[in-house]
Design a protein around this ligand. Structure first.
Ligand SMILES: [Zn+2]
Length: 198
């Protein structure tokens, strides 16, 4: 069945989204069409707005529409304990545990020599600059418990320990090869509480 060009175009764009196959993209496109111009306008504005208004927090590198972000601005959060995570979804996962009252630093990835991801591809330099400006006592490394996450934790430890910082790693409550983002709240809270010094 041939569809009109504008529909085909929308289906093509939707199918580029992660987890969206051709069939789902088609279903979404027909849904948008059926929902009418009001919804389509809101959706288009939201998509445009997210790209226009969201940027990186200059302190912790999380995604924010206000710089510094809400967590970096919060005076009740302990600025001397910084939890380092690979991505924003991991930050959100740690936040959901309600167990961490420090601040964050988002690396936007993990070291992966095989994929050509080196230290300069992550927000590590930004972390060092930040630590010079705002000294910390403890760095909690909460990278994923997989090969890349462990390599990143090791790299950070070698870098930060000589600076006199206490570097800790979240406990192995999170299954090896698992993703922090998908760990349940209780497991992740336990992993945080059971962190050990590196
Ligand atoms: Zn921030």
């Amino acid at each position: 069945m041939a569809v009109a060009d504008p529909i085909a175009r929308l289906v093509k764009e939707l199918a580029k989204l992660p987890g969206i196959g051709e069939k789902t993209a088609q279903r979404l496109a027909f849904h948008i069409l059926k929902a009418g111009p009001g919804y389509a306008g809101d959706l288009a504005a939201a998509v445009t707005g997210v790209v226009r208004d969201v940027r990186l927090c200059s302190t912790c590198q999380t995604l924010t529409d206000q710089d510094p972000c809400a967590i970096c601005r919060d005076p009740d959060r302990d600025a001397r304990t910084i939890c380092v995570v690979e991505g924003v979804p991991d930050l959100l996962a740690v936040e959901r545990t309600h167990e961490f009252r420090g601040r964050y630093h988002v690396l936007h990835g993990a070291l992966s020599p095989l994929d050509g991801v080196g230290p300069s591809d992550l927000k590590i330099r930004e972390l060092l600059v930040r630590l010079e400006r705002e000294p910390a006592d403890e760095i909690v490394v909460a990278t994923n418990p997989d090969v890349e996450g462990e390599a990143t934790a090791l790299y950070l430890t070698k870098l930060l320990k000589p600076m006199g910082l206490k570097v800790t790693r979240i406990a192995q409550g999170v299954p090896m090869g698992g993703d922090l983002e998908y760990a349940d709240q209780v497991t992740l809270a336990r992993a945080l509480a059971g962190r050990r010094e590196l």
